[in-house]
Write a protein that binds this ligand. Structure first.
Ligand code: DX5
Ligand code: ZN
Length: 227
């Protein structure tokens, strides 16, 4: 069985208080931090880059780092960028634990997976809502995670696309052990659809960062996946 993982998207945090926001969600039970990198080309928005990730790595050490008492986290970097192969080394250096590239952004996805893994971090591939799921069938056995976007990438706070669930179901049927992530519009009203379809890695920005009770929201998302 795959493990339920909740990955709050820091795009929904207050960037002026990023360390504080990250510690808050980690202390509330978050498993990973989802870091949305946007270049203004692949998506019509710009978010953050290496200097922020490197600073954040100092504030939030790697899991297993025993030299610090700060909350630790796995850095899940969602690269909404053109030519993702150009950025692998930089993001490894600034602290990424996983590099998720978009299928639509690269000519040779398998070569990119191999490049990412050569740095001993996890490799994942994302598909936009308009991309058919079967493009991932050949790549699946080489991946640590597949990401099915449930909104058009580029912005937080959008409406969950229920019609993406057949893609998640198809992937889960083919790859029972693969981590399958959903990203966009996940919260109290939508989590059950994603969980039923077979997603086990839940990205949640707005719903987690605006929750009145962060711990309750994260444990609710996680329990839906575990059921
Ligand atoms: C969208 C990003 C998402 C986004 C999710 O392009 O990839 O990670 O921040 O935010 P919510 O949960 O608010 O839809
Ligand atoms: Zn994302």
């Amino acid at each position: 069985m795959v493990k339920p993982i909740v990955a709050p998207s820091i795009l929904a945090s207050d960037f002026a208080n990023l360390e504080c926001g990250c510690h808050k969600v980690l202390n509330a039970g978050a498993d990973w931090l989802h870091i949305d990198v946007m270049d203004g080309h692949f998506v019509p928005n710009i978010s953050l880059g290496q200097p922020i990730v490197a600073s954040l790595r100092k504030a939030v050490p790697r899991v297993g780092d025993t030299s610090s008492t700060k909350p630790k986290a796995f850095f899940d970097c969602h690269m909404m960028v053109e030519s993702p192969e150009k950025w692998v080394e930089d993001f490894v250096k600034c602290g990424a634990d996983q590099f998720t590239f978009h299928y639509e952004a690269t000519k040779d996805p398998l070569a990119l997976v191999k490049l990412i893994k050569s740095y001993n971090i996890r490799a994942a591939c994302a598909i936009k809502p308009g991309t058919p799921v079967d493009v991932l069938y050949e790549l699946g056995p080489h991946l640590d995670m597949a990401l099915v976007m449930t909104v058009e990438p580029g912005f937080g706070g959008q409406k969950f696309m229920l019609d993406m669930m057949p893609k998640v179901e198809a992937l889960r049927n083919k790859f029972p052990q693969l981590d399958i992530q959903v990203d966009g519009g996940l919260g109290r009203d939508t989590i059950s659809h994603a969980a039923k379809a077979g997603a086990n890695v839940i990205v949640a920005g707005t719903s987690v960062f605006t929750a009145e009770d962060t711990t309750e929201m994260i444990s609710h998302l996680k329990s839906e996946v575990a059921d």
